[in-house]
Design a protein around this ligand. Structure first.
Ligand SMILES: [Fe+2]
Ligand SMILES: [Fe+2]
Length: 166
């Protein structure tokens, strides 16, 4: 219930996913890792995370003074760029090929840029302006939508194509 402070802090929940994404980049680079499995896991996480931010977090944050609306809208544009780069990697047939390396590099660049900017702008705006109770409510809403996405196989190539086309 509202006011009881239940739910994980939304900033912490988002940061946890960012760290996991960075770890998956490392696995997608390594010849010793199951790179295909890492790609599947990354795809599901990137889509679930971004869709949940847009559905449950970004809009709510815009209502707080001190969270820059332009930064939030820019964040949505960067999600779209990351999703396009993800689709290009999903379309590579041969894991570890030159094409794989090139497209992975593009994906890492697009997503790393967004994580950096989101943490410096939107998340710092949240840290400074959103009370703990509201942060916990937003965290709960974020995690629920994220779970819903993951349960619907949100990282499949068909779904990523749909999202990129919209
Ligand atoms: Fe994020
Ligand atoms: Fe984001």
């Amino acid at each position: 219930m509202a006011g009881e402070g239940k739910g994980q802090d939304v900033v912490e929940a988002i940061l946890e996913d960012h760290r996991t994404m960075e770890e998956l980049f490392r696995r997608m680079r390594s010849v010793e890792a199951d790179r295909e499995a890492a790609r599947d896991q990354f795809s599901a996480l990137l889509i679930a995370h971004g869709e949940a931010e847009e559905a449950e977090v970004y809009g709510a944050l815009k209502r707080f003074r001190g969270v820059d609306d332009d930064e939030v809208e820019h964040g949505e544009e960067e999600h779209a760029e990351g999703n396009e780069a993800l689709l290009k990697l999903l379309e590579v047939d041969e894991v570890g090929s030159d094409e794989w390396d090139e497209r992975l590099e593009d994906l890492v660049q697009a997503v790393s840029h967004h994580l950096d900017e989101e943490e410096r702008t939107i998340l710092n705006g949240t840290r400074e302006n959103v009370p703990a109770e509201r942060r916990a409510e937003l965290g709960a809403a974020f995690l629920a939508e994220r779970e819903r996405q993951l349960a619907s196989d949100c990282g499949s190539i068909e779904n990523v194509r749909k999202i990129v086309a919209r």
